[in-house]
Design a binder for this molecule. Sequence first.
Ligand SMILES: [Mg+2]
Length: 279
Amino acid sequence: MVIRGFDVISDFNSVTLLRESHLLSESEKGPAQLNRKVGSSKRFRLLIFDGDDTLWDTLNLYRLAKAAFVQLLAEQGFLDSTVLKVFDAINISNLRIHGFSRTRFPISMIQAYLGMCAETGRTRNPEIEAKVRAIGDSVFTEAAPSKPFVQPILIKLSQRYKMVLCTKGEPQIQEMRIDQSGVRQYFHRIFVVPRKGEPELKSILAECFVDPSQACSIGNSLRSDINPALRIGMYAVWIPGATWPAEEDDEIISNRLSKITSLGELPHELKILGSRGCD
Ligand SMILES: [Mg+2]
């Protein structure tokens, strides 16, 4: 059962339908209609885009926040290298508890500060603690700039392909990122998921009546965007960039995988990949 608006698709397991675009309602279209629209040309019937660090740059916000945290604690006499090491360990460990939620990053910073105070026998300073919290929150209160070529490439591709966005994280934050980047209009559907892997991609393909062999996932993360797509028979375009351990994975060797350095190369790469077998 599909519930419109911001509700959850109840038979969709972990996939949350955040919003249906005004452009098209897939649930109202059957495979026959989609096939007729696509015709017999060799092209993907569905592109599934990632959001964070594919369409907009969040990593730099995290980098800046961590630099401000290190600077603040250095002023309190803590060693730069220790601060980063302690914080990174806590932040990764907190994935088990907080997942990819809004709370994890600021809480990890507070815990790192308090832990280092306890470790070195210093008294915690409420003023510093408040500053640490503000630094941690800054990654969510500041806009994430769009990646280069986002607008022209999405305009171009949306004229040729059916496209959906599947982005991982808290709905409220992801909604904000989507609006700030101005990309909503290019996607037929937008899915915000708490985690992104094979089940989520399969659910999206089923919902869109598209076979994995006719769909391509585009993103920066081997773990979330690329490898799960390849494992279920989809094609994938990987745009590697600086990332963090939670998104790293081994690269799968496959002729269904392409690697590009920026979104600007995507239209050409999709043509090449599409000619290898889709349709
Ligand atoms: Mg990403």
